[in-house]
Design a protein around this ligand. Structure first.
Ligand code: AMP
Length: 364
């Protein structure tokens, strides 16, 4: 079985590694000749819009999936007319545009922060009257890891933010003074079997995920799963879907969804009975899904911009190191460590030690 993956970054790499014991091989399409997944499968190197390469992917793969949202629509349509593509390209199209995504949340009665589409400076003034201060101005498309967004704390911030982002379609959102950020990673099979991983509590810095911790039995679980279940049913979804929420009091506000495996699910590699990567492959190939429960208290720390010494990471009890093999650059995710430990306080302690290692002398 060959799974075609659009994108050859670390998510594709970890999908391929999860596929190996199952006899699944992966074929990646990525414009970067040094795409880090190339060590784990065959790389078709070229543009995402290259018809010849898309056709080769369609011809050789049993099914095609993707590891990021910004896949050109024409290319996906071409693929979908020749081979099964999961998750459904419609889920991808919606997730790619923050405004359409939040419209869908609202249509499904999933609460969101207030949001307004902004195309002109006059729109922005009108939108601010709706959201109030502070607010966050974001590009509707191509934004990830906090890129393409500016927080507006007061009128003095407006001109600079608008000038920086203007040119692309924008969205203004109310700024949420959240108590915490959580995400739900779920998987659905073509036959409608739905499994949820334990809710995950996340910490971001400068818009980039730095830490996740699994929270089995969290009191917000039922509500979060209800919301995510609506999205899975809406798309008759196949594969892993991740949805990020802000929690304030006992309210959950949906921030965004990712129609793919997700950074906040990396703890499942060592922490869950079946990792999100294996379950995504099982789902898109029509194989039975695996159990999603946590094996023990678990978490993850990202290494952004620099990698700590392997020996220091591995000296942390319960830590497992994952290095992607990417060239170091500020703000770039280079690897992560998962932690699985017998008791919750041990995980807290390990995560704190890993955070120190991740940040020591590093440029983020
Ligand atoms: P995003 O790219 O939308 O996932 O944003 C990245 C991070 O920026 C989020 O995980 C939050 O930490 C922060 N953020 C984004 N939007 C908002 C908002 N409306 N209110 C407060 N924080 C936000």
């Amino acid at each position: 079985m060959i799974v075609g993956i659009i994108g050859g970054g670390q998510l594709a790499q970890m999908l391929a590694m999860a596929g190996q014991p199952l006899g699944i091989r992966c074929l990646f399409l990525d414009p970067a000749p040094d795409a880090c997944a190339r060590t784990t499968g065959e790389l078709l190197c070229g543009d995402y819009g290259d018809d010849r390469l898309l056709d080769e992917l369609a011809r050789r793969a049993t099914v095609v999936t993707y590891e990021f949202e910004n896949v050109p629509e024409a290319g996906l349509r071409r693929l979908a007319s020749r081979v099964s593509v999961h998750p459904h390209p419609q889920a991808l199209a919606l997730a790619r545009d923050r405004w359409h995504e939040k419209r869908l949340f609202a249509d499904l009665h999933i609460p969101t922060p207030p949001f307004v589409a902004v195309d002109t400076r006059a729109d922005l003034e009108r939108a601010l009257a709706i959201t109030g201060w502070p607010a966050v101005l974001k590009t509707r498309t191509m934004g990830y890891d906090g890129k393409g967004q500016r927080v507006l704390r007061g009128p003095a911030d407006v001109d600079g933010a608008f000038a920086a982002l203007f040119g692309a379609p924008l969205i203004l959102e109310g700024f949420v003074a959240f108590d915490r950020e959580i995400s739900v990673v779920a998987v659905r099979s073509a036959t409608g079997d739905v499994r949820f991983y334990p809710l995950t509590e996340n910490v971001h810095r400068n818009g980039v995920l730095v830490q996740s911790q699994a929270r089995p039995g969290d009191p917000m679980t039922a509500r979060a799963e209800d919301y995510v279940g609506r999205l899975l049913a809406h798309f008759a979804y196949v594969g892993v879907l991740a949805v990020e929420f802000f929690q304030k009091g006992d309210t959950l506000l949906a921030n965004e969804m990712a129609p793919r495996v997700h950074n906040s699910g990396h703890w499942t590699m060592e922490g869950a009975e079946t990792s999100q990567f294996e379950n995504h492959l099982r789902a898109v190939l029509g194989l039975p899904l695996g159990a999603t429960h946590a094996l023990a208290p678990s978490g993850m720390v990202n290494f952004v911009g620099r990698l700590p010494e392997a020996s220091a990471v591995l000296a942390v009890p319960g830590a497992h190191l994952h290095v992607y093999g990417k060239v170091a650059r500020p703000g770039r995710k280079l690897g992560h460590a998962t932690v699985r430990a017998p008791r919750e306080p041990d995980v807290q302690d390990a995560l704190a030690r890993l955070r120190v290692l991740a940040e020591a002398g590093g440029t983020i």
